[in-house]
Design a protein around this ligand. Structure first.
Ligand code: SF4
Ligand code: SF4
Length: 163
């Protein structure tokens, strides 16, 4: 996995123009069965992936925290919401709450998440490759293929299947 993660940013950069073109086209002409195709590709790719061997998303990019996330996690940590925000979060350029630093503070050396059961929705759903209306998150996916090996492979498969 280390070698794959080391090479991933370069491989994603090489595919950047092709991926941009593909997602621009996809937005204009959305295949009827896209949701089914994405579920199939996502399940096939993730069935052999052990995220505990990777944790690259937790190490290199943080989730955004919704109000519901903040409420749930601060209760779990027995902190007041404002205390949780002041300790762990900052507001980014899009006005969203994000982590003050990456790798994520809640990630252990063993790659386990210490708040796994109550982790942010964005963490649960990353890399969003089984999301409905997947064509709407082309920009995000182009970024995620440089972080997440399965996301990279899923997009390669998509291009083969959709053309
Ligand atoms: S979701 Fe992707 S980047 Fe995150 S741990 Fe799993 S394989 Fe790695
Ligand atoms: S909250 Fe947990 S799953 Fe989310 S980035 Fe941090 S360690 Fe990873």
């Amino acid at each position: 996995m280390d070698e794959i993660l080391k090479q991933l940013p370069t491989r994603a950069k090489e595919k950047y123009a092709e991926n941009r073109k593909f997602f621009n086209r996809l937005k204009k002409k959305v295949p009827k069965d896209l949701d089914y195709l994405m579920q199939e590709l996502h399940d096939a790719e993730f069935q052999d992936i052990d995220c505990l061997q990777c944790a690259n998303c937790c190490k290199t990019t943080g989730p955004l925290f919704t109000n519901a996330d903040i409420d749930r996690i601060s209760k779990h940590l027995r902190l007041k919401q404002q205390q949780f925000i002041d300790t762990y979060l900052r507001i980014d350029e899009d006005n969203d709450y994000v982590l003050q630093e990456v790798p994520c503070t809640f990630l252990g050396n063993d790659n386990f998440c210490s708040i796994y059961d109550v982790r942010p929705k964005a963490c649960r759903e990353f890399p969003h490759t089984d999301r409905k209306k997947f064509h709407q998150i082309g920009d995000l996916t182009i970024k995620n293929v440089s972080i997440c090996p399965p996301a990279f492979n899923i997009v390669e498969q998509m291009k083969k299947r959709i053309g």
